[in-house]
Design a protein around this ligand. Structure first.
Ligand SMILES: [Zn+2]
Length: 483
């Protein structure tokens, strides 16, 4: 039965349950209908709660340690300054559409990150994601699909907006244009290409949140009241709601649709200067103390007398300078575990600018993932429940910044995204037949096994094989409700 159905995932980057299921739900007629008839809940994201790796955790069922992906940027091996940005080739584990392809099913994959360069997968039509350098590149599989995408989007498909600038009018304009084109392409693909599985990703919500949060959230520490962006959240969410309504019509009665996000968002309190703090604690030394604000890479670090340093971002990555591992390592490898413990304790006692103890969380990749492949940090640190981001730059007059150090940004990520599933054939989905509509405890790793289970894949001799190495489990109450 189930295998004849189609399944669609509409991925909305960065959408928190508080926005979609509370603040704005009444303004969103299509999503409200899905919400009332379907099953919803929070979707707990992975560590770290970052776009890359989160979508790949969702689509492979495997944690970031297995994927070896801990963010966009990575340090190359144990070098001090050499880094790289993750792209699609960094993902070695199989995604849902790759597994489906092996079983003769067709998929449409629009913009799921990291999706550039587009992989060549049989039975798939793929358009790459927001990390694509530009429309001059090959950004589709098959290659000929590019011409169709460009035609549908008026010759100028938009992968991403330039969002860390003060020109907010321009961001706003680009945001709507980009999303409009994304849904034009989505509609086109859903109508003209064969598919059993359709998955799309919209980055616009994330950009809206980062660029405009302080204008529409009165609880933001730097709330700016009464601008033309006061209701921009509502305006954008409604705009997407309307496009989702159109897409649902195209998907038809045979399609089960999921609305999912990779993490949530909340207002940013500030940025904490991790390297300056490490310097103050005696872990990091400079040959020449930075006199102006500098990227850490540009600072003259005295590596022979430095035992740890950090990276900025929505969370901090901490690296130790270990003898025999780093070029000028100073920490005896046997002391590394002790050093991690000592530093973790110090991090736990950091206070914010008002003297209140921050709710900091220190994570060790090996411990949380079981296995930590690739270029992992020694420690991962969330400052004050992620309300403070990490500033890697140095030369600031204080440890506390109230503007992001890498360009205007007003929001940070939070640990819960959204989960919503809707079956147009079933007007009143409920969990375990008892009328409950709120799913509890769903995690981002659970999506891939749940999708595969829904497809059934009759004829697969050993179904367990499909789930080997996955960290997620199938959401069986959802599957029973949809059956
Ligand atoms: Zn994201």
């Amino acid at each position: 039965m189930m295998m004849k159905r189609k399944i669609a995932v509409i991925g909305l980057d960065s959408v928190p349950p508080e926005m979609m299921f509370q603040k704005l739900l009444d303004k969103l007629p299509n999503i409200k209908r899905m919400y009332e008839r379907g099953i919803h809940g929070s979707l707990e994201t992975c560590h770290p709660p970052i776009t890359v790796p989160a979508w790949m955790v969702m689509m492979t069922g495997k944690n970031p340690g297995k994927l070896g992906i801990y963010g966009f940027r990575h340090r190359r091996g144990f070098s001090y300054n050499d880094g790289y940005i993750v792209n699609s080739t960094s993902v070695k584990e199989k995604t849902v559409w790759e597994i489906l392809s092996e079983h003769g099913k067709s998929s449409i994959v629009l913009g799921v990150p990291p999706g550039y360069p587009p992989k060549q997968v049989k039975n798939c039509n793929i358009v790459s994601c927001f990390i694509t350098p530009g429309i001059e590149k090959t950004f589709t599989h098959p290659q000929e699909l590019k011409d169709e995408v460009l035609e549908v989007s008026g010759g100028n498909y938009i992968f991403d907006v330039t969002f860390r600038t003060e020109n907010r009018e321009k961001i706003k304009e680009e945001l709507f244009e980009m999303t409009s084109k994304r849904f034009d392409v989505a509609e086109y693909l859903a109508q003209t290409k064969p598919w059993d599985f359709f998955v799309m990703h919209e980055i616009g919500f994330d950009r809206l949140h980062h660029a405009f949060w302080k204008f529409f959230d009165p609880s933001h520490p730097k709330y700016v009241k009464g601008t033309q962006y006061e209701k921009l959240d509502e305006e954008y969410y409604r705009f997407v709601d309307e496009r989702i309504g159109r897409l649902l019509e195209i998907f038809g009665e045979e399609c089960i649709t999921f609305l999912l996000s990779d993490h949530g968002s909340k207002g940013m309190s500030g940025a904490f200067c991790v390297n300056q703090w490490l310097e103050a604690e005696g872990y990091l030394r400079f040959k020449k103390k930075p006199q102006t604000v500098l990227d850490f890479d540009k600072a003259e670090v005295d590596w022979e007398r430095t035992s740890a340093w950090g990276w900025g971002g929505y969370y901090a990555r901490i690296f130790f300078n270990v003898r025999g591992r780093e070029k000028n390592g100073v920490i005896d490898p046997e002391r590394l575990e002790d050093e991690k413990k000592k530093l973790s304790q110090k991090i736990s006692s950091i206070k914010d600018n008002s003297g209140r103890k921050m709710k900091n969380l220190v994570l060790e990749p090996e411990r949380i993932y079981g296995v930590a492949s690739g270029d992992k940090p020694d420690l991962m640190v969330y400052f004050d429940d992620l309300n403070w981001r990490s500033a890697g730059t140095v030369g600031h007059p204080s440890l506390y910044l109230f503007e992001n150090d890498t360009g205007p940004d007003d929001s940070v990520h939070s640990m819960n995204g959204i989960f919503l599933v809707y079956d147009p054939k079933k007007r009143d989905l409920s969990l375990d037949g008892n009328g409950a509509k709120e799913l509890e405890g769903a995690r981002i790793e659970d999506i891939a096994p749940t999708l595969l289970e829904l497809f059934g894949l009759d004829g697969v001799k050993d179904k367990k094989e499909l789930f080997v190495g996955m960290d997620g489990r199938t959401l069986s109450s959802v599957i029973r409700a949809l059956d």
